[in-house]
Design a protein around this ligand. Structure first.
Ligand SMILES: CC(C)(COP(=O)(O)OP(=O)(O)OC[C@H]1O[C@@H](n2cnc3c(N)ncnc32)[C@H](O)[C@@H]1OP(=O)(O)O)[C@@H](O)C(=O)NCCC(=O)NCCS
Length: 73
């Protein structure tokens, strides 16, 4: 079975945003995954997170999945 990577909560210090850090982190992780033979890299964001989506849209299109969360307590 080929490994896949889930990127949880990309976060760049507010003082460093807009300078390419977030993009560099994704590129570095993708390069690591290619080197290690991972099948894919995926992550979630809120539909209305405009800053994040502008960055992510440079890499690939959103895949259309919708998350459902059932609160249990
Ligand atoms: C979302 C977040 C991680 C982005 O990090 P960042 O370091 O500011 O992002 P970057 O500087 O790499 O990207 C900013 C710009 O460079 C562009 N860019 C980045 N990588 C690129 C690439 N490979 N090719 C072309 N353009 C690229 C982005 O599209 C964006 O351009 P624009 O704003 O001029 O349209 C950051 O804003 C953050 O930490 N936000 C709060 C936490 C959050 O919401 N995280 C996301 C949770 S899913």
């Amino acid at each position: 079975m080929e490994p896949v990577c889930y990127l949880e909560d990309l976060f760049v210090d507010p003082g460093a945003r807009g300078a390419g850090v977030g993009g560099a982190l994704i590129r570095d992780l993708a390069d690591l995954g290619r080197t290690c033979g991972w099948k894919r890299l995926y992550w979630h964001t809120r539909a209305d997170n405009k800053a994040a989506r502008r960055l992510y849209d440079h890499f690939t299109e959103a895949d259309g999945f919708v998350r459902y969360t059932l609160v249990l307590r």
